[in-house]
Design a protein around this ligand. Structure first.
Ligand SMILES: [Zn+2]
Length: 270
């Protein structure tokens, strides 16, 4: 298959693997009809947000990238999906937490300058960034869809925060945390058909999971295991073992751009 696809990467922050399996009815409906395939990915370490945004978007582990904690506020030192795509003539967009703007566009984030970004010289050319942990997922998806319809990006990152935020308030084993995952599933269900009709390949995953101490960061399976759901005809939908460090390279393959990142054997259709 000639890989020259458009890609939407949805990173549902802090979504535990088993909660995704149990609570996301729409995604499970696609799985039952063989329109989607669910894999489990083990997050790299530490199982923290900013280190794993960098891992997902550059393929570089935190211990190698230097983005070792949420407190490291600087631009990435590595090629990312955004930098590789824009340098090869693709259009990029993101509706994401402001740390993503700091990693790939400008650090530190200045909301008056950066919240709405439109600059084709930046790695993320079209951005809507937020800095409130309780910014509604519903609004974030509307932001993303506005960027998509206005700019037709080849690569769009969608990164809502409500599941993680709820986990920090109530913990993994709580009705509130599970219900936030159910709510995200409902929001996603309103967009998937349109995205597929417009020719996008879809990946839905998370950076890290959640524990019962209202946190994450360590090596517990509930903190590390996250879902990785693929939808679209560019995927093989066959069994394979995906590493979090492969995600960047897999997206570059889908986009049909040159890169030197790791990829997952067997994930994509040939
Ligand atoms: Zn968190």
């Amino acid at each position: 298959m000639n890989m020259n696809n458009k890609v939407i990467l949805v990173v549902l922050d802090g979504l535990n693997n088993q909660v995704a399996r149990d609570c996301m009815g729409y995604l499970n409906g696609l799985l039952e009809q063989q329109r989607a395939t669910f894999y489990t990915v083990q997050s790299e370490l530490p199982s923290m947000s900013r280190p794993l945004y960098e891992c997902i978007l550059t393929g570089v582990r935190p211990v190698d990238s230097g983005i070792v904690s949420n407190q490291i506020v600087r631009r990435s030192h590595h090629e990312s999906i955004f930098s590789l795509a824009t340098s090869q003539g693709k259009t990029t967009a993101a509706a994401a937490y402001h740390w993503v703007s700091e990693l790939y566009n400008r650090a530190p984030y200045e909301p008056i300058r950066d919240r709405f970004t439109h600059d084709t010289d930046l790695n993320i050319q079209h951005g809507c960034f937020y800095h409130w942990d309780n910014y509604p997922d519903e609004a974030l998806f509307l932001d993303a869809e506005h960027l998509r319809q206005t700019h037709q990006p080849d690569f769009l990152l969608i990164h809502p925060m409500n599941i993680d935020d709820t986990g920090h308030k109530f913990g993994l084993d709580s009705r509130q945390y599970r219900n936030s995952a159910r709510h995200a599933d409902i929001i996603v269900s309103h967009y998937i058909d349109t995205w597929l009709q417009d020719g996008y390949q879809l990946i839905i995953t998370s950076d890290h999971g959640m524990n019962n101490d209202l946190s994450h960061g360590g090596i517990l399976p509930e903190e590390r295991d996250v879902p990785f759901v693929v939808i679209g005809d560019a995927f093989s939908h066959q069994e394979c073992r995906i590493k979090q460090t492969d995600i960047c390279g897999n997206v570059c393959q889908l986009l049909g751009i040159q890169h030197e990142k790791d990829v997952t054997q067997g994930l994509l259709a040939v």
